[in-house]
Write a protein that binds this ligand. Structure first.
Ligand SMILES: Cc1cc2nc3c(=O)[nH]c(=O)nc-3n(C[C@H](O)[C@H](O)[C@H](O)COP(=O)(O)OP(=O)(O)OC[C@H]3O[C@@H](n4cnc5c(N)ncnc54)[C@H](O)[C@@H]3O)c2cc1C
Length: 407
């Protein structure tokens, strides 16, 4: 398969790089220290059309796609990983509309996101339902021409600055496969309340909140797809499309840390020479660069499959999320090592890269969950490997029954 970088995608990438250097990097330390959202940079992203990139033309976007989203997030995260997610969460929040919304819903909500008029976030996780999102308890109960939502959502990235919330809630507690539905909830809805803003270790420039629903009423027109019971399916399809975006954030975070480490290694002198002259430092830099480049191309491949809506995207999306985010953590750790004692200090930029990297391995599905998704898909695909059976001694084999396999 081919990965095509359209002229539009390259132009948006160049814009993102410009915005990153003009509005994001100069504010990264302050935004982290003060836990301040960079509204100026987000406004610039909206004006430059970056928030329109993954939204199809018929809904007010530019239709450039998920690959373009990843290239943009990479540029922004290179300057500040926290700003990368502040941006990317708008894709996460709007993908459920794209995969499951009615035409009317897409036309009503998506143009506002594309123009940068409305920031949007994603409310799936709860205190007792993280990896096991299907175990959620937040309820949506029919009331007249709409639903009332009750309960608490945990870890709503961008919640305090959002205008729109994509909220997953249980509409049929008795059903096994159709328990959950998704709703669009607008800021200002009575009963929608932002509670605790989390005291996070990293990505401090983007507020992550508990978002509570105290009988918040939404009209039936805001039930995604117009029919209840499809929310879990929409959430999973959303994650397939969104995970390359987190992975793009990770590639940017890794590249940003590598760039600082390389620049520092060429200037820091010990034993009368720049530390970049020492082979062990060179080995660190070489491995950091190689892993970052490998992660980048896995992200581009996953994003291209996402744009093609290829069924293989689930496995590759999980692979790129897992590999790129593990890479970002490793590269950030090695970058601190290259900075030595200064890497541990908050007045140098690299400690923030280290703190920001950890969350990448946790949100949008922990990397343990990604590995489960990858392995499950491999096991399903094992049906295509029967031609290998004759090469494996028979006493070690049992009949392969995929439906009874514990994975
Ligand atoms: C800063 C931040 C921002 C977030 N933003 C959002 C957001 O915008 N919207 C949203 O909906 N959610 C968001 N989340 C939630 C995030 O997606 C969850 O934290 C994540 O999915 C893990 O859930 P958990 O924290 O409950 O951990 P748990 O599910 O309790 O997992 C704890 C540990 O057990 C492991 N584990 C769990 N199940 C298995 C298994 N079956 N096999 C192997 N290991 C397993 C996990 O990998 C992990 O190591 C955010 C979280 C954070 C911290």
């Amino acid at each position: 398969m081919s990965i095509t970088f359209s002229p539009e995608a390259l132009a948006l990438q160049a814009k993102a790089r410009e915005i990153a250097e003009k509005y994001v990097r100069p504010k990264a330390a302050e935004s982290d220290r003060e836990r301040a959202y960079n509204h100026e940079a987000m406004k610039a992203c909206g004006q430059a059309g970056l928030l329109a990139s993954w939204i199809p033309k018929e809904y007010g976007g530019s239709g450039v796609g998920v690959l373009s989203l990843c290239m943009i997030v990479e540029e922004l995260a290179k300057a500040d990983s926290g700003f990368g997610v502040a941006f990317a969460v708008n894709a996460l929040g709007s993908f459920p509309l794209l995969v499951g919304g009615t035409e009317e819903q897409k036309k009503r909500f998506l143009p506002r996101v594309a123009k940068g008029e409305a920031l949007i976030s994603f409310c799936l996780s709860e205190k007792f339902a993280g990896s096991d999102a299907g175990g959620m308890k937040v309820r949506a109960i029919e009331d007249g021409d709409g639903y009332r939502i009750y309960g608490e959502k945990k870890w709503n990235t961008g919640g305090p600055v959002s205008d729109l919330y994509t909220v997953f809630a249980v509409t049929d507690p008795e059903s096994k496969s159709r328990r959950i539905s998704a709703f669009m909830v607008e800021k200002g809805t009575e009963g929608l309340e932002i509670h605790k803003v989390e005291p996070s270790m990293g990505i401090r420039g983007v507020p992550v909140s508990e978002t509570h629903f105290k009988g918040a009423w939404v009209p039936k027109e805001n039930l995604l797809g117009g029919k209840p019971g499809h929310g879990f399916k929409h959430a999973m399809a959303t994650l397939d499309l969104a995970r390359p975006g987190v992975a793009g954030q990770a590639v940017g975070a890794a590249q940003g840390a590598l760039d600082y480490a390389t620049a520092y290694a060429c200037r820091r002198q010990q034993f009368g020479q720049p530390i970049s002259g020492f082979q062990m430092v060179q080995q660190l830099l070489a491995d950091m660069a190689t892993q970052t480049e490998a992660a980048r191309w896995l992200v581009y491949r996953a994003a291209s499959l996402a744009d093609a809506r290829d069924p293989a995207v689930t496995k590759i999306s999980a692979m790129c999320k897992c590999f790129a985010t593990d890479t970002a953590m490793k590269v950030a750790t090695d970058a601190v090592q290259i900075f030595g004692g200064y890497g541990f200090m908050e007045d140098y930029p690299i400690a923030k890269f280290f703190r920001d990297a950890k969350i990448l391995q946790i949100y949008e599905g922990t990397n343990q969950i990604q590995r489960m998704v990858i392995a499950r898909n491999l096991i399903k695909e094992a049906l295509g490997l029967t031609h290998l059976e004759e090469y494996i001694p028979t006493e070690t084999q049992v009949d392969y029954l995929p439906e009874t396999n514990p994975a």
